[in-house]
Design a binder for this molecule. Sequence first.
Ligand SMILES: C[S@@+](CC[C@H](N)C(=O)[O-])C[C@H]1O[C@@H](n2cnc3c(N)ncnc32)[C@H](O)[C@@H]1O
Length: 333
Amino acid sequence: MSGGRSVLFSAAADSYELAVREIRGEFGREVRIQRVGAELGRVDGPSVRDLAAACDAGRIMFVRHLTEEIASFEELPPSYELAEVILGELPQYPEALAVQAWTDDAGTGGSYYHRIEEALTGRGVAVTRSGQEYVVSCFVGRKAILLGLNRRADSLSDWPGGRMRLARGDERVSRSEFKLEEAIATFGLELPAHGKAVDLGAAPGGWTRILRQHGQEVWSVDPGALDPRLRGDRRIHHEATTAGRFFAANRVRFDVVVNDMRMDQVTSARMMLDAAGHLRRDGLAIVTLKGGGRNPLDGARRGLDVLREQYDVRHARQLHHNRNEITVIAHHR
Ligand SMILES: C[S@@+](CC[C@H](N)C(=O)[O-])C[C@H]1O[C@@H](n2cnc3c(N)ncnc32)[C@H](O)[C@@H]1O
């Protein structure tokens, strides 16, 4: 894993150009960037660590996964050679590696996963799909198969190309639930034990359900109805009103505020300033700033500027389950 390597970055197909703008804004206009898939680009210049640091700090929001490119093939080579290509890049012979494969469409690249798994286990290296210090990435494109190798710490996500897959059980109240689950897992968030949380724009109650799973008592603010399955829970308080009206009368001090309200970035961020007056110091905020407008990047940046009046922004990223929006993690100052 030497320096000067290309880095492969994943972004939602619709947000690819925004990611390119952000990378050039951070590392200079001369950085070479090439699109190699609907959701994948190759960048030459910045190191994977520098890219990961800019993404972690929220200066680059539309990149959701990174890996350093180590090889490109028309077809994967035979097992022994394939293992050599991978193992020769590592500082030490590993006991275990994660292998993640995906295709240019929505596919999982399952057969490629198994071929790499076979090559590595044949050399005594255990293989899992996640949870290892180093990750082998295999992107199966139309023209080439690209192999990446990266420390998990610099990958942004421990899923193939950042495509987190969550179970779609019958207990799900809304698709939005995935966004909150993904944010909690990706950023390793810990919700306070027995905390009090306010959920702005709560209906039909998906985020409320996830907050309850994390032990929070929840004030669910939305003029819309909550799913009947949530009704019997005495630790859910449905406040059938708008966020502005709720805060005008509220006396509860919250540990957590989450906001998935459908409104433009700046209006939503301003509501978070109202919320800050009801949130304990260092309280956690999780917000989706929704696309809208002709320029979602500038809109998101304006929303973040408003948030920074009262919050330290820790992360800002378009996650796999976000549609036309970014998720922001912040702490009340
Ligand atoms: C995307 S949905 C939220 C989905 C929810 N997070 C879930 O997991 O089920 C957006 C919600 O924002 C609510 N909303 C829009 N403006 C609002 C406001 N000013 N106050 C409270 N809720 C609002 C809408 O009624 C709508 O239910």
